[in-house]
Write a new protein. Structure first.
Length: 356
């Protein structure tokens, strides 16, 4: 008994010397609801939760699963979540209503959106028709009037428009059938259309069927960030909790940077099965991790840096907003408000960054 007590006292003293509060002296972790899609951006938080890193920063994270970014945004009041990961458009729409703050970038999914054609497509016979985009396939002659299957008002749609623009075309120069991605791939596999726009993991299924990528988003000069947002009212009331979440999150980002994807494949396969119901092969898991680059704290601060005018992130979001305005998904009257980007804030990133 005395040895146990002495060991406990020594452990507590060592924790104090190292600047940590011993577990037995800490307050109970604070519950925090977070919201995510069944996509890569949830992995870092899932991994942190699996390893108890949320408890180490004083939080008890719960992860709510939604089917769309729109559902996440619309559920902020009903589900009372504090932090979420979602695409740029629902985040920007909510920011217009002053409900959310954009506090970080979850990942860049421009490598995971692709436009596929069949292996014998004439489109693949032409590469680099526009020298500014040397990696994309096709030209006016091979693409004009072709039927493209595409999910409307999505990142895949954004890619398709950028691809056509790089080839000197617009949607008016081709035939587009708007379809959700899964039925679009099914229809394309059955012979409908000359191209289909998709995102991971359906891109892996397309490749297994022998289809070839004519363009990736990054080939077309398109950045497609997934954002981390905070309920503005919650963040204003509990800024330390938002900072604690970000400390946990960047610990997971550091792990992702330091660990070869091959070593993460087993965990990623389990995560993907839990969150999407889909089974990835080890090779697909590795590719999906590589296709979703994440940003360290210092990289995030650079993305948010607006000292020379617009930040890089604001430029990305402005381009995305302009695309959605062009297809009628945002009102023209909203663009000036979006350009101000008042909801893009690095205050929480700066609060956790090392002081000089």
């Amino acid at each position: 008994m005395k040895k146990t007590l002495l060991a406990g006292l020594c452990l507590g003293l060592l924790s104090l010397i190292l600047g940590h509060t011993p577990a037995w002296a800490a307050d109970a972790p604070v519950p925090m609801k977070t919201a995510w899609l069944g996509e890569n951006e949830a992995f870092a938080v899932w991994y942190a939760k699996q390893h108890g890193w949320d408890k180490e920063v004083g939080l008890d994270i719960s992860m709510l699963r939604f089917d769309s970014g729109k559902a996440i945004v619309e559920g902020v009041l009903a589900y009372d979540w504090a932090v979420a990961g979602c695409g740029a458009v629902p985040a920007l729409t909510a920011a217009l209503n002053e409900r959310l703050d954009i506090i970080a970038v979850a990942n860049d999914e421009s490598l995971s959106n692709a436009l596929y054609v069949r292996a014998d497509s004439p489109i693949l016979t032409v590469k680099g028709a526009n020298p500014a985009f040397p990696e994309i396939y096709g030209d006016r002659a091979t693409v004009a009037k072709k039927l493209i299957l595409c999910p409307k008002a999505t990142s895949a749609h954004y890619l398709m428009r950028a691809w056509l623009k790089a080839l000197g075309l617009s949607e008016k120069d081709v035939r587009v059938r708007y379809m959700d991605p899964t039925p679009a791939l099914g229809a394309f596999s059955s012979g409908l259309g000359e191209a289909v726009a998709l995102w991971a993991p359906l891109t892996y299924e397309a490749e297994q069927k022998g289809f070839k990528a004519a363009a990736l988003s990054n080939n077309c000069g398109v950045s497609q960030p997934v954002l981390i947002v905070a309920d503005r009212a919650y963040a204003a009331k509990y800024p330390q909790r938002i900072e604690a979440f970000l400390k946990m999150y960047f610990r997971a980002v550091g792990m992702l940077h330091a660990t070869p994807p091959e070593q993460l494949a087993t965990d990623y396969i389990r995560f993907f099965k839990e969150w999407t119901g889909l089974e990835l092969t080890p090779d697909q898991a590795v590719r999906d991790i590589k296709a979703h680059p994440v940003f360290t704290l210092s990289e995030q601060l650079a993305l948010f840096d607006a000292r020379q005018g617009k930040s890089k992130l604001q430029t990305w979001l402005g381009d995305i907003a302009a695309f959605y305005e062009s297809i009628g998904a945002l009102r023209p009257a909203d663009l000036p408000r979006l350009e101000r980007m008042n909801a893009v804030t690095d205050v929480y990133l700066k609060a956790i960054s090392p002081k000089p």
